[in-house]
Design a protein around this ligand. Structure first.
Ligand code: NAP
Length: 492
């Protein structure tokens, strides 16, 4: 896949001998956290890992980001479960937020670093990029992250139900951005409820989709088709949705076929294959069936305009027609004087996720929105290593890549952790959780946390709740933290 090809220079994965049990905390339980834990415990029998997760339930992006109609990708959860089940050297502490604000279930990063030998930050991207155009705060303008978390039942995004996500009055959707997240959103909006209702999509999303009036979904890219970030499998999937027509304008392909674009496509087999598919879609214009997906290129968002009757609500988006300029692989879009207005009742900004620091004490690269690091070791602005602190996943390399991209990344970070731990002096070491339990301020946080056994109880209940529905679903996720905690702490 296009975005998964970043290659990490891996040093040889040597087994380093550690003189005692070393305790590593991993903040976040998405793919990068789990792969890091896997390589830490696999590569060294003296390492113990404790996970810290904000929500009671683990798996981050796999549970709340991957589209419900991609169960083969979601099955990564099984691999992660195995990582924990296979060893007693990994523990799980859910319902604990690592943050500077120390309230009920929040633990400071400083505290964590003081009791662990190493802390790996693997909490991913918790925000999104902004368009920075007028009208962005109108009702009906949402980020794809909001939408994805909503249909996947993330507890912090379910209250959007009934407000922005009432689909009964929405006819025209515009998705800005042409990555795979944009295509996920378009596909979920385009598919029939029958195709989705047996997946683990949340029931509130099914109800909203049942009432959907969506007729058109327009996915716009500011650059040309050669620069589109989506991959062939995801594009092909759109063309296979029953009763949905997918259209691409030939004129926009011609405009994007600059000399530089031709060079970009040369000697690039995956690119050539996707261009063939794009071309074949553009060659067979289809009349609108139940729904139409239009993939439009070289259109730059300029202004989001309210409806005539309600100046707080989105009615359309004005886009400029763009041209490409620049060297191959560095082509930029520039706006021409030509503008078009697209009717729009719901706008999904799918222009990339964004990472933010969880502590004021963390070094942070505000241009790339990542924690600066060298081989996974967190460094300050002078590239000086911050002791005990490591980073993995999107927080380390930016929000691109598929789940498998975390493998090389996690190997690199875990190797750095093991190398550094091997240099620590020999000393007896108390279990960090026991230290936290002795401290009056942190004792209750640990006591209220969710253990792995309790995760399994929540998991079982979700599967049972899914089975009770008609038709039965893979699972019905709890969308409320208190409901998860109630099941977790139930005596049997
Ligand atoms: P992405 O692949 O980085 O795509 C972001 C899109 O937003 C690009 O088309 C980009 O265009 C556009 N964009 C950025 N800023 C913009 C602006 N100001 N105005 C207009 N357009 C703008 O991001 P993503 O879709 O969020 O995906 C994140 C990662 O997850 C990707 O690596 C993706 O492949 C992966 N993912 C994979 C799957 C899957 O395998 N099925 C599913 C979901 C996500 P420019 O190129 O012009 O900047």
């Amino acid at each position: 896949m296009m975005n998964s090809t970043r290659i990490f220079t891996l040093r040889k994965f040597s087994r380093l001998s550690l003189s005692r049990n070393h305790h590593v905390a991993i903040v976040g339980t998405g793919p990068s956290g789990f792969y890091t834990a896997k390589y830490l415990v696999e590569q060294n029998p003296d390492v113990k890992v404790d996970f810290f997760e904000k929500l009671p339930f683990p798996f981050g992006l796999v549970r709340y980001g991957v589209a419900p109609d991609h169960p083969e990708v979601k099955s990564a959860c099984n691999t992660f479960e195995e990582v924990v089940q296979k060893t007693d050297r990994i523990r799980y502490f859910g319902n604990i937020t690592i943050s500077d604000d120390i309230t009920d279930n929040q633990l400071s990063l400083e505290k964590l670093s003081s009791v662990y030998d190493a802390v790996v930050l693997a909490y991913g991207a918790n925000s999104d990029n902004a368009l920075r155009i007028p009208g962005e705060n109108l009702q009906g303008v949402l980020s794809s992250r909001d939408f994805v978390n909503w249909y996947n039942g993330h507890p912090e995004f379910t209250n959007l139900h009934g407000t922005q996500f009432d689909l009964s009055k929405i006819k025209h959707v515009v998705v800005v951005g042409q990555g795979n997240v944009a295509l996920d959103c378009a596909r979920i909006l385009a598919k029939s409820v029958e195709e989705l209702q047996t997946t683990d999509i949340s029931q509130h999303a099914i109800e909203a989709l049942k009432n959907s009036s969506v007729e058109t979904i327009t996915i716009i890219g500011r650059r040309g088709h050669v620069q589109a970030a989506f991959t062939i499998k995801e594009l092909r999937e759109l063309t296979k949705i029953p009763n949905v027509s997918v259209n691409i304008l030939k004129s926009e392909l011609q405009a994007g076929w600059t000399k530089a674009s031709q060079t970009e496509a040369e000697n690039n087999r995956p690119k050539k294959r996707i261009l063939e598919l794009i071309d074949s879609i553009s060659n067979s214009y289809k009349e609108k069936l139940d729904r139409e997906i239009s993939i439009r290129f070289l259109l730059g968002p300029k202004e989001i305009v309210p409806t005539l009757t309600d100046n707080k609500k989105i009615g359309s988006i004005v886009v400029t027609k763009n041209e490409l300029t620049g060297e191959p692989h560095k082509q930029n879009s520039i706006a021409t004087s030509e503008e078009i207005t697209l009717p729009c009742d719901l706008l999904l900004k799918s222009i990339g996720y964004k990472c933010t620091p969880i502590s004021k004490t963390l070094p942070f690269n505000i241009r790339a929105n990542i924690i600066p690091s060298l081989h996974g070791r967190v460094v300050d602005d002078k590239d000086v290593t911050i002791p005990k602190l490591y980073v993995a996943g999107w927080l380390k390399r930016g929000p691109t890549g598929i789940i498998g991209s975390n493998i090389g990344d996690a190997k690199e970070t875990s190797q750095s952790v093991l190398e550094d731990l091997s240099k620590l002096p020999i000393q007896s070491h108390e279990d960090p959780i026991e230290i936290l339990k002795k401290d009056e301020k942190t004792q209750s946080i640990i006591q209220q946390s969710v253990t792995w056994e309790e995760v399994l109880k929540i998991n079982q209940k979700e599967i049972e709740n899914g089975q009770k529905l008609s038709p039965p679903k893979l699972r019905e996720k709890f969308i409320n933290v208190n409901d998860m905690l109630e099941i977790a702490k139930r005596s049997q």
